[in-house]
Structures are given as structure tokens and as C-alpha cells.
Write a protein that binds this ligand. Structure first.
Ligand SMILES: NC(=O)C1=CN([C@@H]2O[C@H](COP(=O)(O)OP(=O)(O)OC[C@H]3O[C@@H](n4cnc5c(N)ncnc54)[C@H](O)[C@@H]3O)[C@@H](O)[C@H]2O)C=CC1
Ligand SMILES: O=C(CO)COP(=O)(O)O
Length: 314
């Protein structure tokens, strides 16, 4: 059944979702902070998602008053979400965040920010999916998390397409933290590969990384099974194993003493710093990523430190 959908944020992911939902027959309005008129005229987001032509049914606007659908997807980087929601009156009754991070100013995840700043029902769309894969119509499975299962079921049906299969959960904390924390591990995986430690070391890091992710998430109230679902393990496998991931590429560059452009959204960097401050010793991989990114340690030193910790039972 076709519906009207608003998508807020015309980065790579918002644009990819707008393309796929318009292709599936929905009437989509994509809001862009900058360059809306050019995108609408050229029928392409040349800057963030080049090579994917907009289908009919996708309209780009820079005017917030054009956002009138009852359901809106928020595809903004986590660190910009709080200020955006605080300063922008939105009429949608349901707001679904696609961001994967923790807001460093408040320690909240995206649904916590939605609940703090709006009266809309918050939900989270997360899981393994590169924007370019979604835009190309490749088969993808994601998690739709909403604390209210009836709303979740409606959204699951509305937002699934022939190429995009949604599973649903009421464990919003688990889904949200899985998406945020896997980015931190992906930076570490990039550093492991960049330093030349090899695939066996990456497998060890991913496995121990998942243990760290699960420990924090369960402490915060998540169900541990959520962390082995699409939003946790699924996304961990994708981003730790592919250089399409910006977090992975960032770690790769760090280990090689290089930098990436300033304009890239590296969610795991902010999340690593926040987690390192909040959990410290309990989260050795996240603390190591923060130390590496902030120039307080190099990869060899971190590897030695991680390997020389007291031996433990698995
Ligand atoms: N790119 C991908 O493959 C995927 C991204 N995500 C998540 O989606 C979120 C957005 O990522 P991308 O679209 O990839 O980022 P991006 O870097 O491609 O684009 C970010 C967009 O946000 C806009 N923006 C930044 N600050 C803003 C503000 N204050 N107000 C309004 N707009 C603002 C920028 O103009 C830009 O269009 C992130 O949390 C990311 O983890 C999730 C799944 C896949
Ligand atoms: O979350 C993603 C894939 O699921 C995108 O990962 P990056 O932000 O590392 O590119």
C-alpha cells in the first residue's frame, strides 16, 4: 500500500531511502538543508550519492513546511539530531531515526532525543545496509525497533518493500546500542587491518567486541538476543568486513598515519569517546579507539596493552 513519507536529511542514507521508497510507489518528500533545488532539478544527489537517478514520486525540498506526512524518517548524523529537533517544529506523529550513535551532549540515543524534544512516537530503523546497496535495490534486511508493538507492526508493513525486508522488535535500547557500538568496533577492525595484523586478529576483535557491546547494552536494559540480531551482529559483520564502511576506512587510515576528509560522517568516533568516558576500563576496545583517535596511543601500543591484560574465561 502506498503512503506519504517524509525523509529528513539528504545525506547518503536519507537519499538512498528516498529512492527506494519512491521506487516502491510511495510519495516521498526529501528535505535537504542545502542544495535542494539543484537536486530536484538534476534528479540526483551528486555530492552524497552520485550515480543514482531519482525516480518519479520523489520530491526534494529545502522548505520544512513541506513536511506534512504523518510518518517521517530522520537521516541526520547523531550529533546534529538534538539541536535539529529542539529547533524545528515537526508535525509527524511518528519519527523514525536512522542514525547510529550516542549523543555526546546528553548520553542519549536517537530515540531518547526524539522523546526529549517532541511528542511523536519514536522508532529506530537500523541494521546492515550501505546506502549504495539500498539505492541500487539490492536485497537488504533491517530492524525496525519501536517500544509500542502495534505502531511497530504498522511501520514494519509500511516500510518493507520487495527489496527491503524489515524485522521488528520492541527492544529499542538493544537495537539502538547495537548500531551505535558496532561503529566503534568497525574503527578498531579497520585499525587492525591497517596495521597488518590480519584476518585472524580481526575475527578475535569482532568476537570480543560483540562481548563488549552486549555487556554495555544489557547493563542499559537491552535483551542480549538483540545484540546477535541484524542490528548488532549483522551490522558488525558488515562494517568490520567492508571498506565501503566509513568507520572501517577511518580506522584503516588511523593505523596507517593518514587522514580522511573532514566532511565524512564517522559516527563511531563520537560514540567511542562517549563510551570511553562513561565505561572506561570496562570497555577496553572502545577506550583504545578513543585513545588512538585522539593521538594518546598508537596501534602497536594498544595491541600490546590488550594482549597483556589478565587472562580470562570466555
Ligand atoms: N551511509 C550509510 O550507508 C548509512 C548511514 N546510516 C546512518 O545515517 C546517518 C546519516 O548518515 P549519512 O546519510 O551516511 O551521512 P552523510 O554524511 O552522507 O550526510 C549527512 C547529511 O546530514 C546533513 N546535515 C548535517 N548536519 C545537519 C543539520 N544540523 N541539519 C540538517 N542537516 C544536516 C548534511 O547536510 C548531509 O546531507 C548516520 O547516523 C549514519 O550512521 C545508517 C545506515 C547506512
Ligand atoms: O551503518 C552502516 C552500514 O550498516 C554504514 O556504515 P559507515 O557509517 O561506517 O559507513
Amino acid at each position: 500500500m502506498s503512503a506519504r513519507l517524509d525523509i529528513i536529511g539528504a545525506g547518503a542514507f536519507g537519499t538512498a531511502l528516498a529512492i527506494t521508497y519512491a521506487q516502491a510507489g510511495h510519495e516521498v518528500t526529501l528535505w535537504a538543508r542545502e542544495g535542494a533545488a539543484a537536486m530536484q532539478a538534476m534528479r540526483e544527489n551528486v555530492r552524497r550519492l552520485p550515480g543514482h537517478t531519482f525516480p518519479e514520486g520523489l520530491r526534494v525540498t529545502g522548505d520544512l513546511s513541506d513536511l506534512t506526512a504523518e510518518c517521517a524518517l530522520l537521516a541526520l548524523p547523531t550529533q546534529t539530531l538534538g539541536a535539529f529537533l529542539a529547533g524545528t517544529p515537526l508535525s509527524a506523529r511518528t519519527l523514525i531515526s536512522c542514525a547510529k550513535g550516542i549523543d555526546v551532549a546528553t548520553g542519549l540515543g536517537p530515540t531518547g532525543l526524539i522523546a526529549r524534544h517532541t511528542v511523536a512516537m519514536p522508532a529506530q530503523l537500523t541494521g546492515p545496509s550501505f546506502a549504495v546497496d539500498i539505492a541500487a535495490g539490492l536485497p537488504t534486511a533491517l530492524t525496525l525497533a519501536c517500544a509500542d508493538d502495534d505502531t511497530g507492526a504498522v511501520l514494519q508493513t509500511r516500510l518493507s518493500t520487495p527489496h527491503l525486508r524489515l524485522y521488528r522488535t520492541t527492544d529499542v535500547i538493544g537495537a539502538e546500542l547495537g548500531g551505535a557500538l558496532k561503529n566503534v568496533i568497525a574503527i578498531a577492525a579497520g585499525a587492525v587491518i591497517g596495521a597488518g595484523y590480519g584476518d585472524s586478529a580481526r575475527a578475535a576483535l569482532m568476537t570480543r567486541g560483540l562481548a563488549e557491546m552486549t555487556r554495555i547494552a544489557v547493563e542499559a536494559g537491552a535483551q542480549d538476543a538483540t545484540l546477535t540480531g541484524l542490528s548488532g551482529l549483522g551490522d558488525l559483520i558488515l562494517t568490520c568486513g567492508s571498506d565501503k564502511s566509513r568507520n572501517f576506512r577511518y580506522g584503516l587510515a588511523l593505523a596507517r598515519g593518514k587522514t580522511l576528509g573532514d566532511d565524512l560522517t564517522i559516527e563511531g568516533l563520537h560514540t567511542a569517546r562517549e563510551i570511553a568516558v562513561r565505561y572506561g576500563e570496562e570497555m577496553p576496545i572502545a577506550a583504545a579507539v578513543a585513545a588512538l583517535a585522539d593521538g594518546r596511543a598508537d596501534v602497536a601500543h594498544i595491541a600490546e596493552m590488550l594482549f597483556n591484560r589478565p587472562l580470562k574465561a570466555e
